[in-house]
Write a protein that binds this ligand. Structure first.
Ligand code: B4P
Length: 198
């Protein structure tokens, strides 16, 4: 575990769909000693389990759209109340628009867990489309087909990109190059968290 980034770290990973948020969070969680909370994974689990939330979310996700803010906030609030999340977390996939960023701010203030850092992974759209196409062929995720990925990228540009400015204005944002070997990207994120140039 790296001394400057160990337990109690409260981190948001931002980035376009397929930019590697989930991949990097899975690699960082043991270093940080905190859980990886992915709203995409939580929604996919709800879909697989056929819960009322999953039934509502499935068509929206398959079309590459964003699931409603109310559903996401309720799900996240419940997850952050679990014992493993009370001393830190890596949040992946949330917030995805300014309303969610604002809701997160209020929630974290209320539960006394303000964010320490926000890392944005930057990857060009062409690379993202290529990555998602590989995953589509391997895993068959409906929202990874190239047409749906293009829609998701448009929604990202319109709704999620402004979230980076929201955190930049609060002095929390660090931008990291997300292109390259997985280990190289992880090393850049670690350097950013330790306050060095990424
Ligand atoms: P997510 O599960 O968040 O899907 P994602 O954006 O594709 O994931 P990520 O960026 O983590 O990509 P990954 O590391 O897997 O969301 C899915 C859907 O859920 C959304 O479209 C929406 O409908 C819904 N949803 C989730 N959160 C929501 C919210 N807050 N509000 C509303 N709706 C919400 O990487 C992608 C691929 O690239 C992988 O195959 C990986 O192996 C590969 N890869 C990663 N890093 C690489 C690298 N350095 N080089 C080459 N390949 C790499």
């Amino acid at each position: 575990m790296l001394p400057a980034m160990r337990s109690h770290m409260r981190l948001v990973l931002l980035g376009a769909p397929g930019s590697g948020k989930g991949t990097q969070a899975a690699r960082l969680k043991s270093d940080l000693g905190v859980p990886h909370i992915s709203t995409g994974d939580m929604l996919r689990a709800a879909v697989a389990a056929g819960t009322p939330t999953g039934l509502k979310a499935k068509a929206v996700m398959d079309a590459g759209q964003l699931v409603s803010d109310d559903i996401l906030l309720a799900m996240l609030e419940e997850r952050l109340a679990q014992p493993d999340a009370t001393t830190g977390f890596i949040l992946d996939g949330y917030p995805r628009n300014l309303a969610q960023a604002d809701a997160l701010d209020h929630l974290l203030t209320r539960i006394g867990q303000p964010l320490d850092a926000v890392i944005k992974l930057e990857v060009p759209n062409e690379a993202i489309i290529g990555r998602c196409e590989i995953r589509f062929k391997a895993e068959g995720r409906a929202d990874d087909n190239p047409d749906t990925v293009r829609k998701r990228l448009a929604i990202y540009a319109e709704q999620t990109a402004p979230v980076a400015d929201f955190y930049a204005r609060r002095g929390k944002l660090q931008v990291v190059d997300g292109v390259g070997e997985l280990a190289d990207v992880t090393a850049r994120v670690r350097r950013a968290l330790e306050g060095e140039s990424a």
